[in-house]
Design a protein around this ligand. Structure first.
Ligand SMILES: Nc1ncnc2c1ncn2[C@@H]1O[C@H](COP(=O)(O)OP(=O)(O)OP(=O)(O)O)[C@@H](O)[C@H]1O
Ligand SMILES: [Mg+2]
Length: 377
């Protein structure tokens, strides 16, 4: 097939119904990846998020050529990669354990890929120096991996991959060994480099904030399959399944009953309270009297101070507990013999903090609610 590299219509990477099954103990079959299909454009940053064991690393290894799919096809610039091993694909991968060469110093580790590509020595020196500058490694060039901190080792692993100026770069939980602050810093560095160099990246993580803050699109996986793909905002604000509402949006779940259902208006009752819901946020067409699962996103409820007397349209709750984390405050609130978690921004300019046992008014916007037929998947 002709080279489709610069054809903008041909995606950079395409996975077509890729599946992989492993044989487990006593010959049981483990479906690690199940008909996974995804199209990735050049320069796009993708994160894949899902619980442990859902098939993230297996998917990445198949793209890198370390594992062969049982069925389906992977295409790079429109050309099938079937039968090509990792050496032929030359898609660098950055892992959780940095896998640096222990007997080589920082310079040699970073230069390794360039040397094996027979680049001239002066250009190797120039490129390695640039990487050390960008990733804050200047001064460590002569040290060996055991003489570096975890964060420095991780940045060397990153530099070693980036110095090759790859068009496509795979990351498998690269930051999970770092402390929270360093993780945030390295996350910003990766994002900056990715955009600056226009590298297509597939980044696997089970950290929700990493999955949402880094990519152009996030892919949510569960049990080997893609559950939802979209921009971080789309997926977070509009979870299409209870699994996504729970795993990505940390939603509160309730059993409810449909009181009214039409294309203009949906009314659901939850614990004898009536709420108006947006029709497009219902996963099915319902009838009056149908039972549903109602997901309420913790950031979508707003609180205000309560002053008696109460009127019949107000929902009054009582603060049970709160936790302050700097950016926001998470309240645990009881209302109508039920319980809800509400996350409110922490704002210096307003008196926006409530105390335990304090009564508050709760405001539910129609977009707070997502209705699902079942609790599953
Ligand atoms: N070589 C193997 N032999 C047998 N089963 C395997 C093998 N590799 C992976 N699996 C199984 O395939 C499934 C998917 O594994 P995978 O490593 O892709 O998960 P993951 O999403 O990366 O999880 P984690 O977040 O824990 O890294 C799991 O059930 C795992 O036990
Ligand atoms: Mg994994």
């Amino acid at each position: 097939m002709s080279d489709q590299k610069d054809n903008p219509v041909v995606p950079h990477l395409e996975l077509r119904a890729v599946s992989k099954t492993f044989v487990g103990a006593r010959n049981t079959k483990i479906t690690a990846v199940d008909t996974f299909s995804l199209t990735v454009q050049k320069g796009e940053a993708i994160t894949i998020i899902g619980p442990s064991g859902c098939g993230k690393s297996t998917t990445l290894r198949m793209i890198g050529g370390f594992l062969a799919p049982d069925s389906g096809e992977i295409l790079l610039h429109g050309v099938s990669l079937t039968g090509k091993g990792p050496e032929e694909r030359t898609i660098p991968m950055v892992f959780q354990n940095y896998a640096l060469f222990p007997h080589m110093n920082v310079f040699e580790n970073i230069a390794y890929g360039l040397k094996s590509r027979k680049k001239p020595m002066d250009s190797i020196h120039h490129d390695v120096a640039m990487m050390c500058q960008m990733l804050n490694l200047v001064g460590t060039e002569e040290r060996f991996p055991h003489q570096l901190s975890d964060g420095q080792q991780q940045r060397v692993a990153l530099a070693r991959a980036l110095v090759l100026k790859p068009e496509l770069l795979l990351f498998d939980e690269p930051l999970s060994n770092l402390d929270a602050r360093l993780r945030l810093q390295t996350r910003r560095e990766i994002k900056k480099m990715q955009k600056l160099l226009g590298i297509t990246t597939i980044y696997v993580t089970h950290d929700q904030s990493e999955a949402l803050s880094m990519p152009d699109r996030v892919v949510v996986m569960n049990r080997g399959s893609i559950i939802q793909v979209g921009s971080p905002r789309e997926v977070y604000n509009n979870p299409r399944t209870p699994f996504v509402a729970d795993f990505i949006s940390n939603a509160n779940f309730y059993e409810g009953e449909i009181l009214e259902f039409s294309y203009e208006s949906v009314i659901v009752s939850v614990n004898n309270l009536e709420f108006s819901v947006l029709p497009e946020q219902c996963d099915a067409v319902y009838q009056k009297g149908d039972g549903v699962y109602v997901a309420i996103l913790p950031q979508s409820v707003t609180l205000s101070s309560y002053y008696p007397p109460e009127n019949s349209h107000q929902v009054v709750g009582e603060i049970e507990a709160l936790s302050f984390n700097g950016y926001s405050i998470e309240y645990e609130i009881t209302f109508q013999e039920t319980f809800i978690r509400v996350v409110a921004p922490h704002n210096f300019t307003f008196v926006d903090e409530y105390l335990v046992k304090e009564k508050v008014l709760m405001h539910f916007h129609p977009s707070s609610f997502h209705l699902f037929t079942t609790k599953e998947s």
